[in-house]
Design a protein around this ligand. Sequence first.
Ligand SMILES: Nc1ncnc2c1ncn2[C@@H]1O[C@H](COP(=O)(O)OP(=O)(O)OP(=O)(O)O)[C@@H](O)[C@H]1O
Length: 386
Amino acid sequence: MSTPTEALLEALAGVYDPELRKPITELGMVESAVVENGTAAVKVLLTIEGCPLRTTIEQDVREAAEAVDGVESVQVEIGYMNADQRADLRKNLGHTKKNPFAEKNTLTRVFAVVSGKGGVGKSSMTANLAAAFASQGLGVGIVDADVHGFSIPGLMGISQPPTRMDDMILPPVVEAPQNPEKPGSGTAATPSFVKVISIGMFVEGNQPVAWRGPMLHRALEQFLTDVHFGALDVLLLDLPPGTGDIALSMAQLLPNAELVLVSTPQHAAVDVAERAGTLSLQTKQKVAGVIENMAAMVMPDGSRMEVFGSGGGEQLSSRLTETLDYEVPLLGSVPLEMELRTGGDEGMPIVWGRPDSAAAREIKEIARKLSHQQRGLAGKSLPLNF
Ligand SMILES: Nc1ncnc2c1ncn2[C@@H]1O[C@H](COP(=O)(O)OP(=O)(O)OP(=O)(O)O)[C@@H](O)[C@H]1O
């Protein structure tokens, strides 16, 4: 039989740091924990002063200690790690300041969500695909590098800033809601999360970002090296529309990334989207498929209104299949739905907020197809020096 102090330590091993998603006992965050005369005294070391998660961690520790047999009262003292302890933690996490997603053997699937034109729903698709992957029980990251239209934090309902720990940045995390089909998902110990880093988190207020190519390249590089995402199953990138500098930087920094093209059904939009897709010939990346967004809206009487026309997705898929000389599938056609927009405005992706809506079902199916697809051309080095 374990002593009350041993039982307390066991209970604390079930308390997870919400950002690092590991037990606080493994992270060196429990400086001391003892039970004496029915009182549990725990000293917790937070990574940095002013840690935004202080209240959550303190409460989780208190609840865990209170549940231990023989504990009548709990005292939680909060302290902060010193530089050496933080350096140990970074080592323990394996944070190396190397871009882990460019490694040949990376287990993370990287999808860059791209579009030819702006406003076609690229960011909405990124946020909802992330939500759909997380609900499959996966650990998901999003890098929002859409400099002019960074909108992912808002779409995911994230308002807290990233935590800076010396030269390591910890991205804010959202948990997928409990999935009745996957018991245990959405809890601290399982994946089912989305971690987000966005250019918008590094600019004051609503300032425009007027950066030239080299600065954008540096920013994307820093997101991939300084941000500690931990183990991810999927990384999604939201890039600015078009074929500009950042698309080339992305190809250089993430040669494994597969492109997911978003277009409306409008035939005029297809030409522009096709150009974004054929850039992959130069960058030697694979186009994983096409998402047609803003397809026919279903009216209350059941009739369909094709606000942006129809057939663009099929056309784009067949043109790219021909040009690229491999099958570029139409992954799905997501209808125009008011709730997709309102969900985005409220910071609740429709896949989580209205999982049974037609748009959410289609996006979940697209995520399922992507996760079952074979990886493409992983690790091919680029012939170009951008
Ligand atoms: N299927 C849909 N049904 C209804 N509204 C949608 C749909 N897809 C996107 N929207 C809305 O269209 C607008 C543009 O979407 P979004 O910001 O995702 O586009 P984008 O392609 O990322 O734009 P940007 O070029 O600024 O990056 C948003 O208001 C979004 O809520």
